[in-house]
Design a protein around this ligand. Sequence first.
Ligand code: GAR
Length: 215
Amino acid sequence: MAKPLKLAVLVSGGGTNLQAIIDSINDGKIIAKIEIVISTKKNAYALKRAEKHQIPCQVCSPKDFTSNDEFSNEISKIIDSYKADLIALAGFMSILSSSFIKKYENRIMNTHPSLLPSFGGKGFYGDRVHKAVLDYGVKISGATIMFVSEEVDKGPIILQQAISVDQEDTIKSLSEKVLPLEHKLYPLAIKLFSENRLEVKGRVVNILTKERKND
Ligand code: GAR
């Protein structure tokens, strides 16, 4: 049997995406183990979800560091101590340093609640994304799972799925349409990674039907 993928999940909020990953692992859909959950907020509900499943947790807040480099180095130290293969950002609301992102190239994933490259970048997170979608008047939105690159929300796109934006939609109703897509796509992206089926060529991610031999 394949060796379980070692995951580090970084969170800041409610942790519904973390829950979707936990559930997929528990249902046997992904062969992985969450080694550590790191939260930027000590009262994040995501921590309660992790504790309920006996997953080790640590709090690491950017406010406790004098620079983003120091904050990112601390997160890197924690991740390395658990020998994580993949870092999954799941509602993680801080920016990681360039050297952190370079160190784990194509080993950091993120989920975003719009169809990137639209409504992404600095300042576009959580409900702000849905507000921007509604204010702009676009007729479709959706979810994107991508690898993290140095430029915020510009990394190679792994999976996307669209929903329609209706006249009656509100921030809440849009979020309720998009979140279930994230919950479906994020575990799937992790599964593809664990099966070595994601081939990154420049900014394009090809999904291989067969497992890729290790480079
Ligand atoms: C998700 O919708 C995620 O895409 C978004 O925050 C929410 C977290 O929900 N992330 C971003 O906007 C990142 N730019 P969760 O804490 O319930 O998983």
